[in-house]
Structures are given as C-alpha cells and as structure tokens.
Design a protein around this ligand. Structure first.
Ligand code: ADP
Length: 322
C-alpha cells in the first residue's frame, strides 16, 4: 500500500440517482484510511476554475437517499482540449491532490482517460442511467431509472385499458436500449424498440392489427430515444395502420428521485472500491461490477470496447408479448 494523503472527487455529465451515495462512499472510505478528500464542484468546469473544497465526514451526511449530486455536474467543451485538461491538473496540483475519482458516464470517463494520459491518475466510477459503459453490467442510476419507467408504464396502462388506446412511451438511454428493454419486459410492453435490434414496421403493424381484431384493449409500445422520437414513431404507425396513438415522453423525470436500494449498494461498493485502488497505487482504472463481483479495467483501453446488451432478454420479451 502506498501512502496517499489527498484525493479529489467529482461528478460529471448527466446526473444519475445514486451519485450522492457514491460520493459519500468515496469520502467515508478515504477518511477511514486517513486520506483527505476534496470535492470538485461543477464537474470538469469546476476543476478548471479551482472550485475545490475539503469534505469532511459530516459534509456527506444525509445524502445517501437523495437523487442528483451535491457536487453539482456540468458539461465543458473547454475540458476536451489539452489546455483545459492542463488547467485542471494545475488546480489539482495546487491543492496537493494525488488522485481523482470521477463519477459519471461515457464522456466523463473520456475526460478521466485524458487526465490519466497526461499523467494525473484517475479512477472512473460508472454513474449514468443509460447503463452504456463498457466493462460493467450495471451503472449507478440505471436501476432507479428503470423503476421510474416501470412505474410510469403501470400508470399509463391503467388509462390505456380504460380508453382502449395504444400508447407509445419514449424513454432515455442515448444510444443504448437497456432502459427500454428492461422496462418494456418488466412492464409487459407489446413492442419494444431498441437501437441494437432495428425493427420491421410491417411486422409491428401486423401485430397491432391482430391484437385489435382479437379484442385487445390496449397496447404499450416502448421506444428507446436512440431509435427515434415517440412522435416520429406515432406518425409511422398512423401511416401503416391508420391507428391513432398517444405519446408519452418521460424525459428528465427518469434521472431524478431517491435511488433504489440496489443503486445505493452498488454506489457504495463502487465508490469504496475506487478509493481502494488509489490506495494500492492503481490509478487509471475504471471500476465496475460483473456477476456481483467488483472488477476494474484500464480506463484507456475500456473505452475502446463496446457496451453490449443482453439480446436473449430481447428475444424473451418478444416471446412473452405474443
Ligand atoms: P456523460 O459523462 O454523462 O457521458 P458528457 O458526454 O456530456 O456526459 O461528458 C461530460 C463531460 O466530460 C464533457 O462536458 C466534457 O467536459 C468531458 N469530456 C467528454 N468527452 C471528452 C473527451 N473526449 N476528452 C476530454 N473530456 C471529455
């Protein structure tokens, strides 16, 4: 174990429920090992402007159950430049930091990779509702977002049944279909559109018509934002079947709310693990979870890999929605 005295922690990119639990774990685990922790406020933007303050045990009290991030998040184009990254490194050096834990999504990991390549060791903790980070089965916030979507689908189903309507529900996920697939499966959607699988409009129209003929009271279609917008898909259905549909775009509500127990446990484990790696002198890593075991990968190499979706689940969702 090497002697590390001071580390920093920041949250960046799109916020996700459970980021606070991860910040808490980083701070408490570090203090437990006599390391000082500095919070960087406002993501990479705050890093470049030196918005860095010492955190103590109490500063992360009463946050484990809160959505969002007490460290605030931001997006910064300047940080994508070498000069911007150097500014950040200069600020960290000024504060005497020896490592940085970055909690965020794909873009934030690219920032952490850039800092590592420039000689400042970072450890990436996957925090995004999209579940699109390679090298981990789950990202912090995905489970909470999923449950929010399922809750919405259940509610929409009540009104869909009463009015015999077809509903299209557009969900987040950027280029990944994880939220759409799992929420669609758990919410009993008739049709799920994910970027990883493509779709056949004739087949979907045929299903809808058949369902209608046999007296089906409603249909729920879940569309991942990475495929197309819900409104665009409603137009396609109208053109193919002449059916009217209602569209619900769940939007940013998917990012908020109190994290589920799963996300709190995951965030606590991953945050603490990031500190353990720094203690072992292992910077430049990306932590994750595989088959309920903590894992870590080279942050430079992992970003070249692709996140993969479990297509067996997709097959199952089709079989169960006949
Ligand atoms: P997320 O982390 O949720 O994917 P973004 O893609 O917006 O969110 O990324 C967050 C921030 O990470 C960006 O605003 C930028 O400052 C930084 N970032 C993204 N890509 C890079 C890159 N290639 N190099 C350095 N920094 C990056």
């Amino acid at each position: 174990m090497i002697i590390v005295k001071k580390i920093g922690v920041l949250t960046s990119g799109g916020d996700s429920p459970g980021m606070n639990a991860a910040v808490r774990a980083v701070v408490r685990k570090a203090i437990y090992h006599n390391i000082e922790v500095y919070g960087v406020y406002g993501g990479y933007s705050g890093l470049m402007s030196g918005n860095i303050k010492k955190l103590d045990l109490g500063s992360v009290g009463d946050i484990i159950h809160r959505g969002g991030t007490i460290l605030q998040s931001a997006r910064s184009e300047e940080f994508k430049t070498k000069e911007g990254q150097q500014k950040g490194i200069d600020e960290m050096n000024k504060h005497g930091l020896e490592g940085l834990v970055v909690i965020g999504g794909d873009g934030s990991f690219r920032g952490a990779k850039a800092l590592t390549e420039q000689g400042f060791p970072c450890v990436g903790v996957p925090g995004t509702i999209d579940n699109d980070i390679p090298g981990t089965q789950y990202t912090i916030g995905f489970d909470t977002a999923l449950n929010t979507v399922i809750d919405a689908i259940d509610k929409i189903r009540d009104t869909a049944t009463s009015h015999e309507r077809t509903f299209i529900i557009e969900v987040m996920g950027r280029d990944a279909g994880d939220i759409a697939l799992c929420a669609g499966l758990a919410g009993g959607a008739e049709t799920i559109l994910i970027p990883e699988a493509g779709y056949n409009m004739d087949e979907i129209a045929e299903r809808l018509k058949k369902g209608h003929e046999r007296g089906k009271k409603h249909s729920i279609i879940v569309v991942a934002e990475g495929v197309c917008s819900g409104v665009e898909f409603a137009k396609q259905i109208k053109d193919s079947t002449n059916f009217d549909t209602r569209v619900s775009v769940l939007g940013h509500m998917q990012r908020g709310g109190s994290p589920t127990a799963f996300d709190r446990v995951l965030a606590s484990r991953l945050g603490a693990y990031a500190v353990e790696l720094i203690l072992e002198g292992k910077g430049g890593r990306a932590v994750g979870i595989q088959n309920n075991k903590l894992v870590d990968h080279d942050i430079i190499e992992i970003l070249d890999r692709e996140h993969t979706l479990d297509l067996d689940l997709y097959k199952l969702s089709k079989e169960l929605s006949i």
